[in-house]
Ligand binder design. Sequence first.
Ligand code: PLP
Length: 487
Amino acid sequence: MAKQNGHRAERSGGGTRRINGRLLARLIGEAPVERPYYLAIARSVSGLVLDGRVPTNTRLPAERDLAAALGVSRNTVTAAYAWLRDNRFLESRQGAGSWTVLPDSGTSEPSPFIPTAEHIDLGVAAPPAVEGLRAAAFQAAERLSAHVGGLGYYPYGLPELRHAIARRYVERGLPTTPEQIFVTNGSQQGVALAVDMLLQSGDEVLVESPTYPHALDAIRQAGARVRTVGVTPQGWDMEYLVDAFRQWKPGLAYLIPDFQNPTGALMDDDERRILVREARRAGTHLIIDESVAELAIDSGDLPAPVAAHDTDGRVLTVGSVAKLLWGGLRVGWVRTTPPMVARLMAIRQRFDLAGAVMDQLTATHLLADVLRIRAERSRQLRRNRDVLLRALRERLPDWRPSVPGGGLVLWTTLPHPVASALATASVRHGVHPAAGPVFGADGTLERYLRLAYTQPPDVLTDAVERLATAYTETLVHPVQPRGQLYV
Ligand SMILES: Cc1ncc(COP(=O)(O)O)c(C=O)c1O
């Protein structure tokens, strides 16, 4: 284990990952073209760094290589690198090359999760309890009589719940036995336990940028060095992802391929196959977070779980009922091999002996009706997503929101890098969005905001009015606060 150090410094200097000229030229090529060309290149590279698509501490190609890949003169690239250095996006050292940095990057403190009832909270992506929860709780109380004569401790999870979870994987196309299921108190506990079990001293951990902040906290607090690959609402740049596995050979990778939090991206079957193939080649364990995998909004076939491509037990799948049923039911799980289930149990027992039987009975009861519940959630979320999108289009037409096909949040691009300042101003107007940097590994993502659509339509419409007022105010007084975290 690599617990001892806490969060290590991310910026060792000198750049430990390289990006070659051809790949960088391709990423730059997606940017709008402006003149002079050196400035277009420099702005595009700084944008890629700010958006987390080229991570900080990445060694850029030699000037002549990038010039050749872009088909421009070397002087153009020299001028672009000089601009990046002047604007503190690049550091260089004789003999060591040039690597990407941010002027003020990173936070080592975990991001606090404190939901608030004082504001319209678009920062917390948690829907109210599903219909039928109370009835299921009464049923669970009835079924409790079968358990009260026993000890009440089920260290691996309640047997009937392990069955129900395994059955659901089988229905989704992934053969699974109850012995492969380890029940946890929510998926966050599953992520933290899996990281604890799998992380070796000195390991690097690959995560998406943006990603789920509490998973990032768990990884950092375990002492890992974090590496990022960019993801956008359009998905993963698979060439970049493959390159990351081959260059870094990370010990561990944490990804959210199903309605990725916060971008909403969905990885297709082919990409899942490539992901597992590269993990196998690199000797990487994969933690796949399926917390919102059951929350498809639009119709259409869903890809099989990532673990369906696994042949040697390197994929650990984390799941939860928090988003499908209710966050107040603290029930999640890890799907892995039976020997790993035993190891997870031993680690958990250092601080928590077992989950609550009542919660597990309630979840078991509701999971028997999973298809009806999925359909109900899907209707609710489609209505809410569409209301939020319509309100944004009307009131904030220059924002560019994603249209997620599932999950609970949309990820919007802002025309200016003011997300943290806007989040602070919004709170003054009674609404609570999540600023992009909360989801970044290193202070990037100031051009993004995450908005949850778990509130009813009238509340969402009101929230957008308030956001619009706060946005106008922010553009007039563009203050950039640091250290404000809303999850
Ligand atoms: C991607 C992801 N993972 C894990 C969690 C934690 O969920 P739980 O309440 O099951 O611990 C969340 C909750 O927002 C999430 O979005």
